[in-house]
Design a protein around this ligand. Structure first.
Ligand SMILES: Nc1ncnc2c1ncn2[C@@H]1O[C@H](COP(=O)(O)OP(=O)(O)OP(=O)(O)O)[C@@H](O)[C@H]1O
Ligand SMILES: [Mg+2]
Length: 257
């Protein structure tokens, strides 16, 4: 029985995909289970994109694992600029063919894209999967980020379709050897996902909270679910610093709702 971060089983720690995000890996037995997909959910501004991009960036720079980012909500240009604030030079990694950012945003909103990788049919999961598969072959990626599933889900509209299409996407990523994060925007912090199905088609859910208490907002993270792994069942505070996410695994938040 888990009773504090220090007692989490780490028996297959060596096989885990380390996020390298300070404080995170020790909350889940040493990192993510290889070739699985995880949901990162949170309200707007909770830190989903920063957390997930840090996973991709660390993968390349600390663990030699190339990465793919599928950008459905922000243009790649904006992502590069935002992440540069943390000193993460994504463009340099792209030039070395270690990172590919697929622009699935521009076409969707009807503007031209100068990007190398463009998803020309961004509302079509099949086309998105084909683009991910060819990009993965090109740069030998081991990690992926889909940021976000919510715009895809809005297009699919109905829970049953969202569930089957996201299951196809997460299964494809797993089969081709990508350990992935998918972000999911929520509006109610009591729910792990927006449409109530995204968390069922992924192997784990990490919930980011950004709550107001006594006029002060505080940030915390919970590993809501993680199939095939022991993990912390507590809610832990984190900060967004100038180096990105820093989670405090030995501290707990008791009253986040
Ligand atoms: N350089 C920085 N230093 C500290 N905090 C920052 C910095 N840049 C962004 N933040 C914080 O992170 C928040 C944005 O994080 P992020 O873009 O990851 O959120 P998100 O959950 O992806 O939001 P959305 O649902 O709108 O995409 C900002 O609102 C701000 O509070
Ligand atoms: Mg975001």
């Amino acid at each position: 029985m888990f009773d504090g971060a220090e007692n989490i089983s780490t028996e297959d720690e060596g096989n885990r995909v380390k996020t390298g995000i300070p404080g995170f890996d020790e909350l889940c037995g040493g990192g993510l289970v290889r070739d699985r997909s995880y949901l990162v959910s949170g309200t707007s501004g909770a830190g989903k994109s920063i957390f997930s991009t840090q996973y991709i960036y660390n993968g390349i720079t600390q663990y030699g694992e190339n990465g793919i980012i599928v950008a459905t909500e922000e243009r790649p240009e904006q992502i590069r600029e935002n992440m540069m604030r943390f000193g993460w030079d994504l463009q340099a990694l792209e030039e070395e063919n270690k990172l590919a950012i697929i622009d699935a945003c521009s076409t969707k909103i009807g503007i031209p894209s100068q990007e190398k990788y463009v998803d020309v049919r961004p509302f079509d999961i099949r086309s998105m999967m084909d683009q991910i598969i060819s990009t993965q072959e090109e740069i030998d990626a081991k990690r992926a980020l889909i940021d976000s599933t919510t715009s895809i889900s809005f297009y699919l509209n109905e829970a049953a379709r969202i569930r089957i299409e996201l299951l196809k996407l997460s299964t494809t990523l797993e089969i081709i050897g990508l350990t992935s994060l998918m972000t999911c925007e929520i509006i109610d912090e009591n729910q792990p996902s927006r449409f109530g199905v995204e968390n069922f088609v992924t192997d784990g859910t990490f919930s980011l909270y950004y709550d107001m208490h006594d006029n002060v907002r505080s940030r915390s993270i919970e590993i809501y679910k993680m199939r095939g792994s022991d993990h912390s069942k507590k809610v832990h505070p984190y900060e967004v610093t100038k180096e990105g996410f820093v989670i405090h695994p030995h501290e707990e938040v008791y009253t986040h709702f």
